[in-house]
Design a protein around this ligand. Structure first.
Ligand code: COS
Length: 384
C-alpha cells in the first residue's frame, strides 16, 4: 500500500541520490577499513533511514511494507553493508517490540531506535541452534522480579554497535520446544552481558557480527516483550516473516546493481573487434538476469501488499526469500562471468559483491528452511 505517492517519490529520490553520491563512492573504503565513516552514519540518521519502519507516533516514517520494499530496492544498489547498519533497527532488532511489545516498552525504546541514537540487535541463533531455532539453550530463570540469563548467542548482526538486544531465552526448562521460549529486551550495559570479538567474514566487511554472552545476566521481568512468558518463539517467527521479505528486496536491489555494472562493462569491453554486449552468449546472461530480477520484484511487491492488507504472508515471504536470494546468487555469478578475468580481481566492485551477496542465501533462514516453511504451509493449508 502506498499512502502518498508524491511523498514516497521524494523519499525514493533522496535515497537514490544518497546512494549514488555518498554511498557508492565510499564502498571500497568501507570494505578496506571494515567501518562506515561517522559522517555517513550521521547523514543516514538525518535522512531518517534508521526509522523507516518505526510507526510515526514513535518518531519514525511509518512506511507500509510496500513502501519499505521500494526503498529497499534503492538502498541495495550499493554495498549491503550500509543496509546492514540500518537493517536491524528497521527489521529484526525492532520488530519484536513493534508487533508484540507493550505500550510502555514501545515508548521507552522506539523513538531512540527511530533516530538511530540506539542500535538494536536480534539474538536468536546459538552455537548449537541455527536452523533449528526452537532448540535454543540460553536459559532465563525467574528470581523475584528479575530473570537470570545464561548462554551464548552467535553471529549476532550489529552486536558490537548495539545498545538493545531482543533475546530469545528458555524460561521453561521442562519444555524442549518453541513453547518454553520467551523474548526479552536486554540493554547493552546490563551486568553479565558481554560481546565477543567480531567475526572474520567472507564478505560484508564493515558490517559486524559477534557472539553475545550472558553470564548470570539480571534482566527485569518487565522487559519480557509483551509481558507474557512462552510467546518468544512466535514473536521471533513473526519478525522473520517480515525480515525475509525485506531481505528479498535487498537481494533484488543488489542483483540490479550487479547487472547494471555487468551491462556497462559489456558495452565498453571490446573483443573480436566489437563490444561483447553484441554477442548472443553475453546477451543471454544479461537477459536472463533482467527477467529474473523483474520476477523477484513483482513477487516481492505482491507479498508486501498482502502484508499491508492484513493477509497472512508467511508462505509468500519464504517464496520471495527463496527465489530472490538464489536469483541474486545467479546474477552475481553471471556478472563475474561477463567481467571475465577482470571480475576476479578487486579493481571492479563485482568481486566484492560476489562475496557480499553469498550471505543472502543463508541468513534470516537458509534456502532449505524457506523450502521447508513453504511445503509445510502447503500441507497445512490442504488439511484446513
Ligand atoms: N508466525 C507466527 N507463529 C509461527 C510462525 C509464524 N510465521 N511460524 C511458526 N509459528 C508458531 C507455530 O504455529 C507453533 O505454534 P503452536 O505450537 O502454538 O502451534 C510454534 O510457532 C512452533 O512452530 P513450529 O512447530 O513450526 O516450529 P519448528 O521448531 O518446527 O521450526 C522453523 C520452525 C524451522 C520454521 C524455524 O525454526 C525457523 O524459521 N528456523 C530458521 C531460523 C532462522 O531463520 N534463523 C536465522 C537467524 S535469525 S536472523
Amino acid at each position: 500500500m502506498i499512502r502518498d505517492q508524491e511523498t514516497l517519490n521524494i523519499l525514493l529520490d533522496a535515497v537514490s541520490r544518497f546512494v549514488k553520491d555518498r554511498l557508492i563512492p565510499a564502498e571500497e573504503k568501507v570494505s578496506e577499513t571494515d567501518a562506515i565513516p561517522a559522517d555517513i552514519v550521521s547523514e543516514m540518521r538525518e535522512l531518517g533511514l534508521f526509522g523507516l519502519c518505526t510507526p510515526e507516533e514513535y518518531g519514525g516514517l511509518g512506511l507500509s511494507m510496500e513502501e519499505e520494499v521500494l526503498v529497499a530496492f534503492e538502498i541495495a544498489r550499493t554495498s549491503p553493508v550500509f543496509r546492514s547498519l540500518i537493517g536491524t533497527n528497521n527489521g529484526i532488532g525492532s520488530q519484536g517490540l513493534i508487533v508484540d511489545g507493550t505500550e510502555a516498552q514501545k515508548r521507552k525504546y522506539l523513538p531512540k531506535l527511530a533516530s538511530g541514537e540506539l542500535i538494536a540487535s536480534f539474538a536468536l541463533t546459538e552455537p548449537e541452534a541455527g536452523s533449528d531455532a526452537a532448540s535454543l539453550k540460553t536459559s532465563a530463570r525467574r528470581e523475584g522480579d528479575h530473570y537470570i540469563l545464561n548462554g551464548t548467542k552467535r553471529f549476532i548482526t550489529n552486536a558490537p554497535e548495539a545498545g538493545l538486544f531482543t533475546v530469545m531465552a528458555r524460561t521453561d526448562p521442562q519444555s524442549r520446544g518453541a513453547g518454553g521460549i520467551t523474548a526479552f529486551l536486554v540493554e547493552r550495559d546490563t551486568p553479565g552481558l558481554s560481546i565477543g570479538k567480531s567475526d572474520k567474514k567472507m564478505g560484508q566487511k564493515g558490517a559486524h557480527t559477534a557472539d553475545v554472552i550472558f553470564e548470570n545476566c539480571k534482566v527485569p521481568a518487565e522487559n519480557i516483550i509483551g509481558g507474557k512468558e512462552g510467546q518468544g518463539f512466535k514473536t521471533a517467527m513473526k519478525v522473520l516473516d517480515k525480515g525475509r521479505l525485506h531481505i528479498s528486496a535487498i537481494c533484488t536491489g543488489a542483483a540490479q546493481r550487479m547487472l547494471d555494472d555487468a551491462l556497462r562493462y559489456a558495452v565498453e569491453r571490446k573483443q573480436f573487434g566489437q563490444p561483447i554486449a553484441g554477442f548472443q552468449l553475453i546477451q543471454a546472461m544479461l537477459a536472463d538476469s533482467r527477467a529474473e530480477i523483474y520476477a523477484a520484484r513483482s513477487m516481492i511487491i505482491d507479498a508486501a501488499r498482502r502484508r499491508d492488507n492484513g493477509q497472512s504472508m508467511s508462505t509468500e515471504a519464504s517464496c520471495c526469500k527463496l527465489f530472490a536470494s538464489e536469483m541474486c546468487g545467479r546474477v552475481a555469478d553471471r556478472a563475474v562471468q561477463i567481467h571475465g578475468g577482470a571480475g576476479y580481481v578487486s579493481d571492479y566492485a563485482i568481486e566484492r559483491f560476489y562475496r557480499d551477496v553469498r550471505l543472502f542465501r543463508i541468513y534470516e533462514g537458509t534456502t532449505q528452511i524457506q523450502q521447508l516453511v513453504i511445503a509445510r504451509n502447503m500441507v497445512k493449508e490442504l488439511g484446513q
